[in-house]
Design a protein around this ligand. Structure first.
Ligand code: ZN
Length: 249
């Protein structure tokens, strides 16, 4: 008999925390249930079958039981543990940032299949070294903003909606580019090159990113825009942003 409170779903472990003497709490970003928190009984015991399954970044197929307040992890099977990401400071910092961003941008139980797919693909690509890390992260940020309700308007003026071919200004309250007739205030100037790259990057799927090659100046300008929107729209500013800045210097 299938228990109606039991769910099976693919998920990535985005955060963990010790809980009581032997247990652990894990935050799973799941395909079918959105972000959930689950108790893992006995997870801290050395022989626990959950040990590898509940490490940060682990991507697997999980079975959870929905209790009154929390879920309980019942079973799981690893698809990719992504533990290779932990051996490199850059990859570790970037992947921690991806998990933290997903955590702060998503409310509990809000299903977002597109974001889930993007998170998994981005972790895979980060793990393979195929693509410039910074481009991967910027692309993830733009897709995260779009799928959580903060889509940037770049093909039209974000104030008067007139079609624009490019712009040198991003309005931070209207979430987008500005035409030559509208006032350039409450925003930031960026180069037209960065604007066009931003628009291209926003629409490019993650698996086609290898086609894109941007200068460091343009990447820095794009980072300024995405960082602003991320720091101002979600529950809190991601802590791993400081670590990212630190390792870049
Ligand atoms: Zn306008």
């Amino acid at each position: 008999m299938i228990n109606l409170s039991t769910f099976e779903t693919k998920a990535v472990i985005i955060k963990t925390q010790d809980f009581k003497e032997n247990d652990k709490l894990v935050w799973l970003y799941t395909e079918k249930l959105g972000k959930i928190t689950a108790v893992v009984r006995g997870a801290k015991k050395s022989k626990s079958k959950f040990l590898a399954l509940t490490l940060p970044l682990c991507y697997g197929e999980y079975m959870v039981y929905k209790g009154k307040n929390l879920y309980t992890l019942q079973e799981g099977k690893i698809i990719n543990s992504f533990q290779g990401l932990l051996n490199d400071l850059y990859k570790l910092t970037y992947s921690s940032y991806l998990c933290e961003l997903t955590d702060i941008a998503c409310a509990d139980n809000e299903v977002n299949i597109e974001l889930f797919k993007n998170l998994v693909t981005t972790l895979y690509l980060l793990n393979t070294d195929a693509i410039d890390y910074e481009l991967l992260i910027r692309s993830f940020e733009l897709k995260l903003l779009r799928t959580t309700g903060y889509n940037l308007t770049l093909d039209n003026c974000s104030i008067c909606r007139k079609k624009i071919s490019s712009s040198n200004y991003i309005n931070l309250s209207y979430y987008g580019g500005i035409c030559d007739e509208c006032p350039k205030e409450q925003g930031i100037f960026i180069s037209k090159g960065a604007y066009n790259a931003l628009r291209f990057l926003k629409n490019l799927s993650v698996d086609k990113l290898y086609r894109l090659n941007l200068s460091q100046e343009i990447k820095d300008e794009i980072a300024k825009v995405t960082t602003f929107f991320i720091c101002n729209n979600y529950a809190r500013k991601p802590k791993s942003l400081d670590m990212l800045k630190f390792i870049k210097e």
